[in-house]
Design a protein around this ligand. Structure first.
Ligand SMILES: Cc1cc2nc3c(=O)[nH]c(=O)nc-3n(C[C@H](O)[C@H](O)[C@H](O)COP(=O)(O)O)c2cc1C
Length: 172
C-alpha cells in the first residue's frame, strides 16, 4: 500500500478481534513514532505500551466517555510528554500519535485515538492525572492521548473522495 492509499484507508476502529498484535508489528509502529518530526528536534515523547488487560480496563475508565474501546483492544500506547521540555509538546505528541495510526493502517491493523489532554473522569480529576497515578509516571509528564490498536473486527469504508472539504482550501 502506498501512502496515498494509506491515508484513504485509515479510519477509526473501535472494535477489535482477539488476535494479538505481534512484537514485530509493535516495533514497526513505535519505530514510525520515533521517526516523527518534533520542534527543535526535541524528541521528548514517552510511549507506554500496555497489554495488561486490567490496566487496559483502567485506562478505558480514566475519562467519562469516549474511551471504552481501550478495554477490549489487545494493546494501547499511552502517548506522554515531558511538558516542561518544550512549548510544542502537544504538537509533537499528536504528530507521533497519528504517525503510529498511519503505520498501523499500513500493517493491516486498526486504531483509534482516545483524547486524554483536557478530559476529566467522573469526579473531575484530569484524565492525565488518573493515568499518571495508574502508571506511576513522573509529575512533569502530561498525557496527550491513548492509541488503541488491534485487528479490526469491523470493516469501515474508505474515506469518501466525494465528501472531502475542498471548499476549505483557498488558493491565493
Ligand atoms: C484529537 C483527536 C481526538 C479524538 N478523540 C477521540 C476520543 O476520545 N474517542 C474516540 O472514540 N475517538 C476519538 N477520536 C477519533 C475521531 O472521532 C475520528 O478521527 C473522527 O470521527 C473521524 O473518523 P475517522 O478517524 O474514521 O476518519 C479523536 C481524534 C482526534 C484527531
Amino acid at each position: 500500500m502506498n501512502f496515498t492509499d494509506i491515508v484513504q484507508k485509515r479510519r477509526s476502529i473501535r472494535k477489535f478481534t482477539e488476535t494479538q498484535v505481534t512484537d514485530d508489528e509493535l516495533h514497526t509502529i513505535l519505530r514510525a513514532a520515533l521517526m516523527s518530526p518534533t520542534g527543535h528536534s526535541q524528541r521528548g515523547w514517552q510511549f507506554i505500551v500496555v497489554k495488561d488487560r486490567q490496566v487496559l480496563t483502567e485506562l478505558a475508565k480514566c475519562k467519562t466517555m469516549g474511551g471504552d474501546f481501550i478495554a477490549t483492544a489487545p494493546v494501547a500506547i499511552v502517548v506522554a510528554y515531558d511538558a516542561n521540555a518544550t512549548d510544542v509538546w502537544v504538537e509533537d505528541a499528536s504528530i507521533a500519535a497519528v504517525t503510529m495510526q498511519y503505520q498501523a493502517t499500513e500493517l493491516g491493523l486498526g486504531s483509534c485515538w482516545s483524547q486524554i489532554r483536557l478530559r476529566n473522569n467522573a469526579d473531575g480529576t484530569s484524565a492525565s492525572d488518573v493515568i499518571k497515578t495508574l502508571l506511576q509516571l513522573p509529575d512533569n509528564w502530561e498525557v496527550e492521548c491513548v492509541i488503541a490498536i488491534g485487528h479490526p473486527a469491523v470493516e469501515r469504508k474508505l474515506q469518501d473522495e466525494e465528501k472531502l472539504a475542498w471548499a476549505q482550501v483557498k488558493n491565493i
